[in-house]
Write a protein that binds this ligand. Structure first.
Ligand code: ADE
Ligand code: ZN
Length: 330
């Protein structure tokens, strides 16, 4: 078997994937029909043709249109199950999935509708495919902290009800001009409730935002963090304290964080011994699920077996799997 086959067949984790970003054009049109929602595109192909992004915001705008078809608990089940099918065929054995409740509650969808649908799919995946998973509730940084705090308060009973699944919070959406420090109270409250904490930082934003996420939000992992290479002291800190980065190579190319894969900072991060992982972010929008991301960086940087095994192993070590279970998966 070839090296590519070996990579594809290896059991892997995925620690950075958004459920809303797993909504394929085909499922979007299917759900639009089922729910009588009018989409501003005539077909899945026409929609796909609109997926040429100039930056993060241009993607978030289109993604916002897509989520309007998600209405019932069954819709959230369907999009989660669609992702699980892809994940299982990429030999993912454990995923930590983000969802953005504010994208839905602000359209009048109940929190329980969202989580019930997602949870049904995750339980079925566990039974059918032995697929392990956790859920992380993400907050939109383009909205203010009060909106996040209100959503968090309303979600508190769900963190209790689903405590073995819904284990933490994250921070996503427009990064520029929305520094982590604006969400200090939200993250303090989450930590008081013993939740795991992560944040997107250093994707489009400066290394300063990565430092704020660590110092002020006290996050355990950085989502993206690819601009950390611009700050030598920060790089040393990431290595010394072993802060995992969840890197999404194809996303960074599609959203023009780097012009092409050869210019991605992943190689420099790897050579500096930063604990990085590879993930798909919004696979239905960025042209590839997890294996495609692994293969793209393997080819761009001529990574060898040691590099890949190290990255795969990092994924298990950086995951929020219970310690007893982690030993069984590695
Ligand atoms: N929401 C979905 N994908 C995202 C990304 N790459 N950055 C910020 N917010 C997101
Ligand atoms: Zn993301």
């Amino acid at each position: 078997t070839t090296f590519h086959d070996k990579i594809c067949r290896s059991p892997k984790t995925e620690l950075h994937v958004h459920i809303e970003g797993a909504l394929t054009p085909e499922l979007m049109f299917h759900l639009a029909k089922r729910n009588n929602v009018k989409l501003p595109y005539n077909s899945a192909d026409e929609l796909r043709a609109a997926y040429s992004f100039t930056n993060l915001q241009s993607f978030l705008d289109i993604c916002g249109v897509g989520v309007s078809v998600l209405i019932t608990s069954r819709d959230f089940y369907d999009v989660t199950m669609d992702y699980i099918q892809h994940a299982v065929s990429d030999n993912i054995v454990h995923s930590e999935l983000f969802f953005d409740p504010q994208l839905h509650t602000h359209r009048g969808i109940e929190l329980t509708t969202i989580i019930d649908g997602i949870e049904r799919a995750l339980i079925e995946a566990e039974q059918k495919y032995n697929f392990s998973s956790k859920l992380i509730m993400c907050f939109l940084r383009h909205l203010d902290e009060q909106d996040a705090l209100d959503t968090f308060s309303r979600a508190l009973p769900l963190f209790e009800q689903y405590k073995h699944r819904l284990i933490g919070i994250g921070l996503d959406s427009t990064e520029q001009n929305h520094p982590p420090e604006e969400f200090q109270r939200l993250f303090a409250r989450a930590r008081e409730h013993h939740l795991r904490v992560v944040a997107h930082a250093g994707e489009e934003g400066p290394p300063l935002y990565v430092k704020q996420a660590l110092d002020i939000l006290k996050v355990e992992r950085i989502d993206h963090g690819v601009r950390s290479v611009e700050d030598e002291l920060l790089m040393k800190r990431l290595v010394d304290v072993k802060i995992p980065l969840t890197i999404c190579p194809l996303s960074n190319i599609k959203l023009k964080v780097f012009d092409d894969m050869k210019k991605h900072s992943l190689k420099q991060l790897l050579d500096s011994s930063v604990m990085l992982t590879i993930n798909s972010d919004d696979p239905a929008y960025f042209g590839g699920y997890l294996n495609a991301n692994y293969l793209a960086v393997t080819d761009a940087f001529h990574l060898n077996q040691n590099d890949i095994y190290k990255i795969i192993r990092n994924g298990f070590e950086a995951s929020f799997i219970e310690e007893e279970k982690r030993q069984l998966l590695i």
